[in-house]
Design a protein around this ligand. Sequence first.
Ligand SMILES: Cc1cc2nc3c(=O)[nH]c(=O)nc-3n(C[C@H](O)[C@H](O)[C@H](O)COP(=O)(O)O)c2cc1C
Length: 328
Amino acid sequence: MDITTSYLGLKLKNPLIVSSSTLTATVEGVVNCEKAGAGAVVLKSIFEEQILADIKKEEGFNDELYNMNPEMQQYLHTYVRGNEIDLYTRLIKESKAAVSIPVIASINCTDKGEWTSIAKKFQDAGADALELNISISPFDINLHPKDIEQEYFDILAQVKKCISIPVAVKIGDHFTNICAMVNQLAQNGAKAVVLFNRFYNADIDVNEMKAVPGNALSVKEENSCTLRYISLATSQQVSCELSASTGVYTAEDVIKQILAGATSVQICSTLYHHGLAYIGTMLNEMKAWMEKHNFNSIADFKGKANKKEDIKVLERLQYLRRNQEKTN
Ligand SMILES: Cc1cc2nc3c(=O)[nH]c(=O)nc-3n(C[C@H](O)[C@H](O)[C@H](O)COP(=O)(O)O)c2cc1C
């Protein structure tokens, strides 16, 4: 049975990718992911702020703003070890030397700027591809949606100017028209789009009466938003691959995302719950399902639940139909 897939022009031995997280923050973590059977890994992101702070440190830190702002100094000294770019480059190089599965570097960023040229260092270190986790805050009342979207395209264009390895863009689900966004990212050179990044949830502690971080891990039910937009985007033949992320917990969830049209599936929270060995369980269960349905390859069922009638179920019509069914 052939469970290989192609993602970002890379051959993956199976569609399960360990997504960017602390599981992939060290060479040892990456090796463990390969041993557990992962098809590829996305390394823990380096943040644009880390890259910028590193550049500034190299320049001698004569930044007026930095010198005037004790909070910024505190931030940089707490979170930036001063050689972030070198450390990340080393993580890529050593991971590549230690495993044979594809290693995808990841940058978390919010705007185009001098940091983008650093992507070339990650390419030179051997990264097979780059995932850009673009996380622009959609909360600023002065930011117009069109300008936010344009920033995504500008960041992508600027990074693509510096490197030749394939680029995936990981986005959140806060867009007015997600399918159009995916389509435009593809037209602007994204080889793949990852749906979706998951923002940290917020909560409020009623005793302390203050905002606190919510759950870092997703719950299984969150996968329906991913499923919906993977289906809706692929059914309109967007010209990029789609990688499904958020709420993928079981082999059944993986199968669903592929049936919807995903080329690969990224997993994170389920591995925090069950351990890396769960990758093997998911793969075995996926193979058993393929056997039961006489599928010999991933291509045999990719996008199979993406026909016109499937899409109707995913659109608004379903409410109308449900109501009609009730009244009949
Ligand atoms: C502890 C932790 C660290 C993470 N760090 C990153 C990161 O550095 N970059 C990134 O793009 N996503 C990061 N993520 C998000 C995951 O890659 C993933 O998109 C998210 O958890 C949703 O997938 P899941 O439902 O399989 O967990 C992190 C998630 C967790 C739980």
